[in-house]
Structure formats: C-alpha cells, structure tokens
Write a protein that binds this ligand. Structure first.
Ligand code: F6P
Length: 344
C-alpha cells in the first residue's frame, strides 16, 4: 500500500513519535510505502512530499519535538475550496490511505475528505487536550510538565517579595493546561475559558490570602480566560486572525494591571507561550503518540476509514471523525468545582 501522512495545525511534542510508529508498523509489518506531505494540508494543495523510510533516521524521531514534516495552519475556507485539488494530489501520488495528524482544524478537514470517500484515519494531537471523544491527546502531558515546573519556580520568588504572580498558559477554548498545572503546582487560583471570572472576586481572594498572613498568591490564567460581562472590567479586543482564530492581547497582563489598580498589590506576570510546545515529549506522550501511530496504521489495514484513533481508559479505540469533530472537549463544571476546593 502507499500511505500518506501529514501533520497540521500548531506543532506539538509527540508528532514525530506518531510518524515513526506509523512507518515502523506500516512498513515494518506490511511493507507499505510512506509518503510524507509537507506543511500540513498545504503540502497536499501544492503536491510537496517526501518519502519516509523505515531507517535509523526515522527511528531517532521518537524523542524529537516538533515535526519532521513541518506544519501549517490553513484557512478552513481555503481548505474546503481545495478539497478537489487535495484529492487530485492523492490520486497523482497513488495514495491509497491518508493519516492526518492534527487538532480540531486538521481533523475537521479529514472528516470532510472522509465524506468525499477518501480513505482517511485521523490521529488527534494538541497540547490543549481539547479534542473530543478521546480521554487525552499527546502533547498535553509535556505542556503540563513544563507549565508545572514554571509555576513551582514562581512560588519561591513570589513568597520572597510577597507578590501576586499571574502565569498565562495556552488554551484558547479549553482550560485543561491551566486547571491541571494549577492543581499540580499548588496554585491558589486558576482562570479558564469555561468559566468567566469576576475581577472583584479575584481581588477579594488575594486580599484574604495576604490578610491570613500568607506570603504569595499564584494564579494560573488560560490565554482564553475572560471576565464576566458585568464585572466592570473588559479585555481590550484582540481581533480575529487570517484563520478565523481569536487574537489575544494578553489577558494576564491586563488583569494584572487591573488588580494593581484596584488593591494596590504588586503583581508580576509570566507568559509561558510557545515554551509549552517546544522540546522533547515526556515519556507519557511518547508512549501515547506511539500507540496512536501503531493503531492508525492497523486501522488503515483493517479498512476502518473515516475514523480517529482515541484513548479510552487504557485501550486505544476508534471513533468516527464526524463525532470527534462535532465539538471541543471543554473542562466540565464538576472538574472546576472539584478544583475550587484547593484554591484560595
Ligand atoms: O492549538 C494549540 C495552541 O498551542 C493554542 O493553545 C494556542 O492558542 C495556539 O496553538 C497558538 O498558535 P500559534 O502557534 O499559531 O501562535
């Protein structure tokens, strides 16, 4: 068989481990030829590809962050209009099955292709952990470890200066990194996109902590967190980028200034940004990515198309791409209320 592989959307630790596992399984077990398309869907729109061999170079991909194929975000409208071109590229290259590895945007495009009869098996990735129908995505554990270590370090400097520290982490629509790193690092509050915050409440929590004689207040802020509409504080609008994504202007920075203005407490802000996506995946992510890659290659050989590999408990299963891309997986209210027991 000739199998195409691509990585789309923002990069994520573990992408290379999936590619390696697909190659080792498909080529090693079945003798398939693997064609890698470069820079996500763009490679298919522009017919840019490279053969990937089952050799030492591929084997060493396991620990490497980023993606050997490159990646890109593609405007969904451009992608929809380009579906016939993508199908043509697949035909021209004799591709009999395609394995797109990506987040919501990439998997949605994969679902469209599946609807057109293209044999596709998707692999979910994102540090944000917001893909539905899978317990977790690879990349999240790495980002979580990085964020946790950063917050651990902020505790000592915050205490020394008796400061409020705001740490902004990634998560446009879902607060998994914020919630999980907040719990893991013993933060005093996390703000997530799922639950609009009241600045007055945040300020009251800070005041009460310092009045109790505590020496610091650490708050993890997801980049997509936003104030409640009537909270007397509005974020400056960030606008929409060329891909239709919201642009953020730094919620933590803006909130920090507002806290200083309201209660006169010294605030410092740390934005972790792309550090959360860089470098080598954790062992957990290497294992999950490898398992996803093996199962994607096996699904291709079993003819289970239009599916996405997914983690359910300890087993890897398949779910229809159309189901998995219906909605994002957001932090449920019960997880937020559970976490609120630790905060303050
Ligand atoms: O989707 C993953 C993600 O890391 C988000 O958490 C973040 O908002 C976004 O990508 C950043 O995208 P870019 O690398 O295009 O700036």
């Amino acid at each position: 068989m000739r199998i195409g592989v691509l990585t789309g959307g923002g990069d994520c630790p573990g992408l290379n481990a999936v590619i390696r596992a697909v190659v080792r399984t498909a080529n090693g077990r079945y003798g398939d030829a693997i064609v890698g398309f470069e820079d996500g869907w763009r490679g298919l729109l522009e017919n840019r590809k490279i053969p990937i061999h089952n050799d030492d170079r591929t084997d060493r991909l396991l620990t490497k962050g980023g993606t050997m194929l490159g990646t890109a975000r593609t405007n969904p409208d451009v992608l929809r209009a380009g579906l016939p071109r993508i199908q043509q590229t697949l035909d021209d290259n004799g591709i009999e099955a395609l394995i797109p590895i990506g987040g919501e945007g990439t998997l949605t495009a994969a679902s469209w292709l599946a609807d057109e009869g293209v044999p596709v098996v998707g692999v979910p990735k994102t540090i944000d952990n917001d893909i539905d129908c899978t317990d977790v995505t690879f990349g999240h554990d790495t980002a979580l470890s990085i964020a946790t270590e950063a917050i651990d370090r902020l505790h000592t400097t915050a205490e020394s200066h008796q400061r409020v520290m705001l740490v902004e982490v990634m998560g446009r629509h879902a607060g998994w990194i914020a919630l999980n790193s907040g719990i893991a690092a013993g933060a005093h509050l996390t703000l997530v996109p799922e639950e609009p915050f009241e600045v007055a409440q945040v300020c009251a929590m800070i005041k009460s902590r310092f009045q109790r004689g505590e020496k610091s207040f650490i708050c993890v802020v997801a980049e997509g967190a936003h104030p409640a509409p009537d909270s007397g504080f509005a974020l400056r609008e960030g606008g929409i980028d060329e891909f239709g994504h919201e642009r953020f202007t730094g919620v933590a920075q803006q909130l920090g200034s507002e806290i200083e203005r309201r209660i006169g407490k010294e605030v410092r802000t740390t934005v972790l940004g792309h550090i959360q996506r860089g470098g080598s995946p954790t062992p957990y992510d290497r294992i999950l990515a490898t398992r996803f890659g093996v199962h994607a290659a096996e699904a291709v050989h079993a003819g289970h198309f239009g599916q996405m590999v997914a983690l359910h408990g300890t087993t890897i299963g398949l779910v229809p791409l159309s189901e998995a891309t219906k909605q994002l997986k957001r932090v449920p209210p019960e997880r937020l209320s559970e976490a609120s027991a630790f905060f303050g």
